[in-house]
Design a protein. Structure first.
Ligand SMILES: CC(C)(COP(=O)(O)OP(=O)(O)OC[C@H]1O[C@@H](n2cnc3c(N)ncnc32)[C@H](O)[C@@H]1OP(=O)(O)O)[C@@H](O)C(=O)NCCC(=O)NCCS
Length: 155
């Protein structure tokens, strides 16, 4: 595997990949407009993508991250997440946040990189999404908010 991770113009973001992480095209398009996008390409073929948008007070939020289903579980998502963390840490960001509705393997995926639980946004997915969302047959209701604090203050 020869993985190259780089930023791409928002208009070049592979929307089909991002929709694996966030099923609402309307929502993805709305936050893409103010996001930076990063892709991971293996031998020139884009296999993973993510979008990050700025928050107030030096924070940034990883809005979505996804790897093509045929390429999952081969380390591409972890490599992309690590690269993005490193990119924002070096750029002087205060923290990186992420929200997830699935508390399965995705939770460990973030926790392994140092993300800590900071809040639970109850009923987020029924309040802000027009259609019910199911993952592995489980309806998503609440969003778990995780933060990676670059200052180390959360300890
Ligand atoms: C989450 C995601 C980006 C991780 O990318 P990836 O390339 O598959 O991740 P990695 O190969 O680096 O693996 C990270 C860990 O997740 C596990 N994992 C990845 N996909 C999995 C799956 N479908 N089921 C169970 N575990 C999975 C891996 O086994 C690995 O754990 P391990 O080290 O204990 O083996 C990717 O699985 C994905 O696109 N999922 C669908 C979209 C999504 O849920 N995005 C996140 C929204 S919160």
């Amino acid at each position: 595997m020869s993985l190259l991770i780089r930023e791409v113009p928002v208009e070049d973001t592979p929307l089909d990949l991002l929709l694996l992480a966030d099923p609402s095209e309307e929502k993805v398009r709305s936050y893409l407009a103010r996001s930076r996008c990063f892709v991971a390409a293996d031998d020139g073929i884009v296999a993973g993508a993510c979008a990050v948008q700025p928050l107030e007070a030096g924070g940034h939020e990883l809005m979505c991250i996804a790897v093509h289903p045929d390429r999952q579980k081969s380390g591409i998502g972890t490599a992309l997440l690590k690269w993005v963390i490193d990119f924002y840490r070096k750029s002087g960001a205060g923290r990186l946040e992420v929200g997830t509705g699935t508390f399965g393997y995705q939770l460990a995926f973030y926790q392994r990189q140092g993300f800590r639980v900071t809040a639970i946004d109850r009923n987020f997915f029924i309040q802000y999404y027009p259609e019910p969302i199911f993952e592995d047959g489980i309806q998503l209701f609440d969003m778990l908010r995780l933060t990676l604090d670059f200052s180390g203050k959360s300890r």
